[in-house]
Design a binder for this molecule. Structure first.
Ligand code: BES
Ligand code: ZN
Ligand code: ZN
Length: 479
């Protein structure tokens, strides 16, 4: 899709014009002129639809002023960037049938309006159509944003949206189509395209490199594991951000097997890795001046004859021994190695992203990620980035008082705690592999996957955290 900025709506025509309306039908930019050109019936028509301009409401009417059709969209009281992204997503979804689309949403007077509209509209049109004989993808080829002259903001919105879309495609792919070697190949292609260094470790190299957690989880799988380590090192960068993404391409639970209901959604368990790939794509596309190390341990968690048994012990990369009492708590095992490797490089900040615990979903629901930090600075930095990106996170404690539930009589630690505080004990487990360096853990078990369309989110994999991590990388950029 071509996204074009044009100062004046009067010079634009097309198939669909999207116009904003605030609460109580107070007109947004450009809407009043179009409404009066449409005629006096419009008020009655809106009454009939109960369209008052609440956030997300839409009303489609016949075209006028050079447009085939007009879509009014509600912005509510006051539009901030979050509302603008959401409403632009709804507009994008509603505009799928139209080729040439224009909107004045970009004229809303807030910082980053053009970025927000670009991002929301593109992702609102997202669809995973790969396996449909008739995918019915969006037909939009051109989006004109009026009132704007900032192509930089368009480029930013496009780059982040492309990163999110990449993550969504990988998450929505069935597990059979994204074996670890396939994902490693995709990462290799991306790295080549964008000038990112990449090393892919195969099974034997994983053993040589002492990635014991990844190896332990992979034992039950026929498809071999991969450890992918990417390095984006632009000239002039001073700081280094390390990203570690959980890459369980399918989580059956292993021998501590999961129940059948909903098991198909466990293809989502590589969302952390998908988010690392999508984030690196966006950061490299934008050419941000910050070093980024992306680490993704990739494996299935299966029940094959060689699978690790409950009670087995492995040695992680940092030398700690772990008694595996539940093979379904596998994410923390592969992240242990990823975090150990990251910590060896002493980055300014490490962030891991993982669909780690059902307990975090119980605590925060489907739309909010748990954020755990080694200290207030690190946590605050990621919280601020999430706020700017419009992604909801909530700080949770890495409560040292609970650390003793991970004590094992025969190993350095065990991989599960007691009945309570499961998201916290998972974070405490991860902390053992961070070498006490600045670190943030994002538990995205809830928001990684959506049950339905919602604004710029589409049912299925969401790519949640890409936008936050790009915003974080921007904070760490050299002037
Ligand atoms: N991948 C799951 C967590 C999960 C559950 C993500 C539901 C998204 C939706 C993780 O590997 C897991 O199974 N965790 C266990 C840990 C428990 C055994 C300590 C859980 O949360 O039940
Ligand atoms: Zn699991
Ligand atoms: Zn898992």
């Amino acid at each position: 899709m071509d996204i074009i900025v044009k100062p004046d709506l009067a010079e634009v025509s097309g198939d669909l014009l999207v116009l904003p309306v605030f609460k109580d039908r107070s007109w947004g930019p450009g809407a009043e002129e179009v409404a009066s050109a449409l005629g006096s019936w419009l008020d009655d028509y809106f009454d009939g639809l109960d369209f008052s301009g609440k956030v997300g409401q839409t009303a489609a009417v016949p075209g006028v002023n050079g447009f085939g059709r007009v879509l009014f969209v509600g912005l509510g009281d006051e539009a901030d960037a979050d509302v603008l992204r959401k409403v632009s997503g709804i507009a994008g979804r509603a505009a799928k049938r139209y080729e040439k689309v224009a909107t004045t949403l970009s004229e809303i007077d807030i910082d980053g309006a053009v970025d927000a509209v670009t991002y929301g509209f593109l992702l609102g049109q997202y669809k995973f159509g790969k396996y449909l004989s008739e995918p019915k993808l969006a037909k939009t080829t051109e989006l004109v944003l009026t009132g704007a002259d900032d192509e930089g903001e368009v480029a930013h919105g496009e780059a982040v949206a492309a990163g999110v879309a990449m993550a969504r495609d990988l998450i929505n792919e069935p597990a059979g189509g994204k074996k670890p070697e396939v994902l490693a190949d995709i990462a290799t292609d991306m790295a080549g395209e964008l000038g990112i260094d990449i090393t892919v470790y195969d099974r034997d190299q994983i053993e040589e490199e002492r990635f014991g957690g990844l190896l332990a989880v992979s034992l039950g799988a026929t498809n071999p594991p991969r450890m992918v380590v990417m390095n984006y090192r632009p000239e002039g960068a001073e700081k280094t951000l390390a990203l570690v993404g959980k890459g369980i391409v399918f989580d059956s639970g292993g021998l501590s097997i999961k129940p059948a209901a909903g098991l198909e959604t466990m293809k989502t368990d590589m969302s952390g890795a998908a988010v690392v790939f999508g984030t690196m794509r966006a950061i490299a596309t934008l050419g941000l001046k910050v070093n980024v190390m992306g680490i993704t341990p990739l494996t299935e968690n299966m029940t094959g004859g060689a699978a690790q048994r409950p009670g087995d012990i492995f040695t992680a990369r940092n030398g700690k021994t772990v008694e595996v009492l539940n093979t379904d708590a596998e994410g923390r095992l592969v992240l242990a190695d990823g975090l150990s490797l990251a910590a060896e490089h002493k980055p300014d900040l490490m962030v891991d992203i993982a669909t780690l615990t059902g307990a975090c979903m119980v605590a925060l629901g489907k739309k909010v990620a748990g954020l755990f930090g080694s200290d207030d600075d690190a946590a605050g930095q990621v919280e601020a980035a999430a706020r700017r990106a419009g992604e909801k996170v909530w700080r949770m404690p890495v409560e040292k008082e609970y650390r003793s539930v991970l004590d094992s009589p025969i190993a350095d630690l065990k991989n599960i705690g007691d009945r309570y505080g499961g998201a916290i004990t998972a974070a405490l487990f991860l902390a053992e592999f961070t070498d006490e360096q600045p670190w943030v853990h994002l538990d995205i078990a809830g928001p990684a996957r959506a049950d339905g369309d919602d604004g710029y989110i589409a049912k299925g994999g969401t790519g949640f955290a890409v936008a936050t991590l790009v915003a974080l990388a921007e904070d760490m950029t050299s002037a």
